[in-house]
Ligand binder design. Structure first.
Ligand SMILES: NC(=O)c1ccc[n+]([C@@H]2O[C@H](COP(=O)([O-])OP(=O)(O)OC[C@H]3O[C@@H](n4cnc5c(N)ncnc54)[C@H](OP(=O)(O)O)[C@@H]3O)[C@@H](O)[C@H]2O)c1
Length: 264
């Protein structure tokens, strides 16, 4: 499950987004009362015209506005955002990647060039752990910013440097970055970031607009998983019966990578 699942459940939006979310989710009550956007599982059956998937195949995908993945079965369009699961990961690993991976790819793919210095703020969350690995894949020199307990994790994902935000303010150092990606969102670091950017450097926050989750990016992520170039970070696993506890944990905003809800 994801930070977005908590935002949707709690209807935690204001201003223009309040109305937009109402139109997407349903005004007054949710169109689909079952939440959940990301899923991994086995195909139970396929429609008579479906040729791209077959019964028994293992798939992973994301239904951003259809929801309904906190369930044993879900009906999915074969043309939706789904791919065959990479063989070298289990369901728990597979399901932990698409959300953070697709959002990170949306922001980084067009903004990172090989050799650039990139700083990922909020490097330990779902989006941050994917962003660190993807920025490395694009050839950047990567600095991850996180709290003390996550320093080793971020190093293990390939970051060249890590900064503990509880001890050091990166905006006060002499280092300059071509790109600062705020993967933690919400926290307004844009103004302070200016002095840590190169002359033409760019600051992007994950809360800038609504990222488009693209099929071509899901395919790229799947290829990178298959080649072992990115790996899943799974924090906690909860059975569906403990969905309340899972939401409470994710809502704290300090998970490492993804939290998995297991449905029997
Ligand atoms: N625009 C959109 O449509 C969209 C879509 C999805 C998500 N988002 C935004 O993206 C954010 C991150 O999503 P996620 O799934 O990656 O969340 P997550 O897995 O819960 O990760 C949250 C991250 O924030 C860090 N963090 C928490 N407090 C911090 C602080 N005071 N200073 C610096 N870092 C701090 C955490 O690191 P530590 O534990 O080390 O503190 C963690 O790395 C969400 O909160 C949401 O605002 C936007």
């Amino acid at each position: 499950m994801t930070a977005s699942d908590c935002i949707v459940r709690g209807y935690k939006v204001t201003g223009k987004s309040w109305l937009l979310m109402g139109l997407v989710l349903g005004i007054g009550k949710p169109r689909n009362p079952i939440l959940g956007m990301v899923y991994a599982g086995e195909v139970e059956s396929v429609g008579k015209n479906v040729t791209s998937f077959k019964k028994g195949e293992q798939v992973v995908g994301c239904d951003r506005f259809g929801f309904g993945t906190y369930a044993e079965y879900k009906c999915i369009s074969s043309k939706g955002l789904l791919v065959k699961k990479a063989a070298n990961v289990n369901f728990e690993e597979a399901v932990a990647i698409p959300y953070g991976g697709l959002i990170a790819l949306y922001y980084l793919k067009r903004n990172v060039q090989s050799g650039q210095k990139v700083l990922i703020y909020g490097a330990s969350g779902a989006i941050g752990t994917a962003a660190v690995q993807l920025a490395k894949y694009f050839g950047a020199e990567v600095t991850g910013v996180c709290s003390t307990t996550n320093l080793e994790l971020i190093k293990s994902l390939g970051a060249d440097k890590v900064i503990d935000y509880t001890k050091e303010d990166f905006t006060h150092s002499e280092e300059r970055y071509n790109l600062i990606f705020n993967a933690a969102g919400k926290r307004k670091i844009k103004l302070q970031c200016k002095r840590a950017l190169t002359k033409n450097g760019k600051h992007i926050t994950v809360d800038d607009g609504s990222p488009t989750l693209l099929m071509e990016n899901l395919i790229l992520l799947n290829n990178l998983i298959e080649k072992g170039q990115i790996k899943a970070v799974v924090d906690r696993r909860y059975p569906l019966e403990q969905i309340v506890e899972a939401h409470r944990y994710v809502e704290k905003g300090h998970k490492k990578g993804g939290v998995v809800v297991k449905v029997k």
